[in-house]
Write a protein that binds this ligand. Structure first.
Ligand code: AHR
Length: 797
């Protein structure tokens, strides 16, 4: 249906509804078994109590939030009850067996408070009113028509927005096949400028898609510490990724290297064990690799270690270790690869006597900045090239974990590798913690980015499948209040570790790790997409107040849910505003057309409220590629973010990294395998913004010969000035299927040195590189090719 027609129908339906409106109608809630009972609560009205009309054609007013995404989130037999004059309650079962009852409250049937869950047996004794309501399934209410009208308006608006947001580059081009090239004039008002954040573009690093182990962390041995287990993945165990050519690999735990690393392998004379790395080990001829391992052998065992290719042919020198120690000792050696192979393996042969081994590690010597226990140079460099002004880590959902026991504890990630405490990764694999807080902070320093650690707000992921203390799966629960003091102390210790003098308790550990000078931490994120429940609020407030009291200079960043609207967004903003949290973290993954149609999203933000960190965002299209269509929509939106750089302080596209063959989430910014990295159009956009950042926004205007609003909103511009260089930077996005010619005579650019960078490609292209031309003469006119992003950097004289 045409959008204009739909809008008209919307107006007509509202008007006609008003024209015939009754005083009151019957209202009831219901659900269907459709979509495996995941469609949630629908609401219907009736004039006679017999014939019912579904509002919004089975619109979902409330969905179950119980349990994990995918298998859970189901609703059975809901009842909708008017609880008081101002409040509605919805009670429903979370599974067909009627074991758990969910309870949700709302004042308008649109925004719902976080759900509570109780065992039905408990409800029967503790909450007879709820129990009675549940046994009287079809509760019907007589309600004023105005309530139904508000719900109809809401669903009509949603339907309109769904159509608007489903427009793609292709459907727009088809509909506008006769569109002629567009002409615009650009004027810049140098007298009207405002300060904007100089930290607008950063990166979001989360260990998902094998971003850390097997990814950015340059360790080449997988399951180096024999700590893989079934919590990581059902079929995994201590011997995973190791093959013993003589049969089963023997794993023991008596007197381990460290209590945090309890498993090790015991080799008998003649055993040959092979580690396949992460899908093979890529080595380059002539390059050196550092081997290290812990060894224990009471009876003078010895090991012979070598890199081999997939046929078993040696591809490096052989290292021999005589292990005559009855206590654990670390050995180190260096391999030089004599040939380049993508799928090498590490082979260890035991000779003479029984020998125990643990923490078998292999690193390329060429890590990023040649750091020990360092990062993969090519991936780290690609991140550095964005010139990110900050880096958020270690997540995302990973930060608050799947259940209380899986909350990421920064203290488990520092110190000697053998003493770090591995954990399962909620994305379905293993975290060695080898890439830990020290390495994150060091990397931030190496690339000139502010470190932005995100810690759990005393609650785990709201989709946790691990039971919290009530024994009911699926809700975030919270660290027991009597353990919160210790939890808060951990957070305060982090700040001491990062910032305090090397003579303090925690500063000493940082210095011992190799960094005597403080890291100068300025930001700390508390919470990630949490449910804004009472449990959350109580714990967040405790943490926030403690940080503020002890470290008032630290900017604490709160959380306002996973969407750009809805309950967590609304309640989160209210809560953060009342508490005067300085900044909040917004997340939204949306279709390109959302970004195109919401370029005024932040224009409307109240400048007196918390600042915004847009911590996770990306354009998602069908099939979830990262292509020119998504990248240009992001560029277009970022122009509007620069315009609002006085309220939006930071942004980070998410997620950052994805390993081929291990990708749980698409799209990502950088794809890679063991030997290549694949930069996406979205990466190029981030880099063009990151390397062309400014700290002053300058007012500019477009006038155009095309008056179609849908055409106009596919062209964007932003003009900033970088105080350090004095350069003026103009960004121009053309998401149209035709060329846009820009008249720039008003800018008077004839005598300037200009560098022009253009990223151009058809919407579905996934591999596009920007082209930069220097000393460009504009002759008062600039052409923006169809589907392109252009940056003009006008050098200060
Ligand atoms: O970026 C991937 C995931 O998306 C993050 O872990 C989470 O915060 C969000 O839901």
């Amino acid at each position: 249906m045409k959008k204009g027609l739909l809008a008209l129908l919307f107006v007509v339906s509202v008007m006609s509804a008003f024209a015939q409106q009754p005083d009151s109608v019957f209202v009831k809630g219901y659900t269907t078994g459709k979509n495996e009972n995941k469609n949630g609560l629908h609401i219907a009205y009736s004039f006679d109590g017999k014939n019912w009309i579904s509002i919004g054609n089975e619109f979902s007013f409330l969905r179950s939030d119980y349990g994990r995404w995918g298998s859970s989130k189901k609703m059975y037999d809901p009842v909708l009850v008017k609880n008081s004059t101002t409040e509605w309650a919805c009670y429903f079962f979370t599974e067909a067996e009627h074991k758990v009852v969910a309870v949700a409250y709302s004042s308008d049937l649109l925004l719902w408070k976080p759900q509570d869950y109780f065992l039905y047996e408990e409800v029967k004794t503790r909450f007879p009113a709820i129990s009675n309501a549940l046994s009287n399934a079809a509760v019907i209410h007589k309600q004023p028509w105005s309530l139904v009208q508000a719900l109809i308006n809401h669903t009509d608006l949603e339907a309109y927005r769904n159509i608007q947001y489903s427009v793609t580059a292709q459907s727009f081009a088809e509909k506008n096949a006769s569109l002629k090239p567009v002409h615009v004039s650009l004027s810049v008002n140098m007298g009207n400028k405002k300060k904007i954040s100089d930290k607008l573009v950063g990166v979001f690093f989360e260990d998902l898609n094998y971003a850390a182990d097997g990814g950015l962390y340059a360790e080449l041995i997988q399951n180096r510490d024999f700590e893989y287990n079934s919590n990581d993945r059902r079929e995994w165990n201590s011997a995973t990724n190791w093959i013993n050519k003589n049969g089963k690999l023997v794993i023991e735990t008596a007197q381990p290297v460290s209590k945090n690393n309890p498993h090790y392998a015991v080799l008998q004379n003649g055993d040959v064990i092979v580690n396949n790395g992460f899908d093979g080990i890529a080595v380059t001829a002539g390059e050196k690799y550092d081997l290290s391992l812990f060894v224990r052998s009471a009876n003078k065992g010895s090991l012979s270690i070598v890199l081999i290719d997939s046929n078993g042919t040696k591809v490096s020198n052989e290292v021999n270790i005589a292990a005559n120690t009855s206590s654990w000792k670390q050995y180190q050696a260096v391999f030089t690869a004599n040939t380049s192979v993508k799928h090498a393996r590490l082979s260890i042969t035991a000779k003479k006597q029984e020998t125990a081994i643990d923490l078998v590690s292999l690193f390329p010597q060429k890590t990023f900045k040649n750091r020990k226990n360092g990062l993969r140079a090519d991936l780290a460099q690609a991140i550095a090239d964005i010139k990110p002004r900050f880096m958020r880590f270690p997540g995302g959902c990973l930060a608050h974990g799947n259940g209380l026991d899986n909350i990421y504890r920064w203290k488990n990630s520092i110190g000697k590798l053998e003493e770090r405490k591995p954990d399962f990764n909620l994305w379905g694999y293993h975290q060695t913690m080898g890439l830990g807080y020290y390495e994150y902070f060091q990397f931030c320093e190496d690339i000139g980015a502010e470190p932005l650690p995100v810690l759990a707000a005393g609650v785990p992921c709201q989709n946790s499948s691990h039971h919290h203390q009530t024994g009911i799966a699926g809700q975030q629960g919270g660290i027991p209040l009597n353990e919160m003091e210790a939890y808060i102390q951990d957070i305060l210790d982090l700040i001491e570790w990062a910032n305090a003098d090397k003579n303090t308790t925690w500063g000493k550990l940082r210095a011992a790790a190799g960094h005597p000078a403080p890291f100068n931490l300025k930001y700390i994120g508390i919470g990630n997409e949490d449910l804004i429940s009472e449990v959350f609020k109580e714990r967040f407030a405790m943490i926030y107040k403690a940080i503020k009291a002890k470290y008032p200079a630290i900017t604490v960043i709160g959380t306002v849910g996973p969407f750009y609207e809805g309950s967590d967004y609304s309640f989160g903003w209210d809560f953060a505003s009342k508490l005067e949290v300085p900044m909040v973290d917004e997340h939204y993954y949306v279709p390109p057309a959302w970004l195109i149609n919401n370029q005024d999203f932040y224009d409307k933000y109240d400048r007196t409220k918390p600042k915004v960190y847009l911590g996770e965002y990306a354009a998602h299209v069908r099939g979830r590629p990262n292509n020119m269509e998504t990248a240009l929509a992001e560029a277009l939106y970022l122009c509007s973010v620069e315009r609002n750089g006085d309220v939006v302080e930071m942004t980070s596209y998410a997620p950052l990294l994805a390993k081929e063959g291990h990708t749980q989430w698409n799209p990502d910014m950088i794809y890679f395998n063991n030997s290549e990295i694949k930069l996406t159009p979205g990466y190029e956009v981030q880099k063009m913004f990151g390397t062309n950042a400014g700290d002053e926004y300058i007012e500019s205007n477009f006038t155009t010969d095309n008056l179609n609003a849908d055409v106009q909103k596919r062209i964007a511009k932003s003009v900033v000035r970088d105080a350090k260089t004095g350069d003026l930077i103009i960004k121009l996005v053309n998401l149209l299927p035709v060329e846009v010619s820009v008249d720039v005579k008003d800018l008077n650019l004839s005598n300037y040195n200009i560098a022009k960078t253009v990223l151009q490609g058809n919407p579905d292209e996934k591999s596009v590189k920007p082209v930069t031309t220097t000393d460009v003469v504009l002759n008062n006119k600039l052409v923006l090719p169809k589907y392109s992003f252009t940056v003009l950097r006008i050098k200060a004289k």
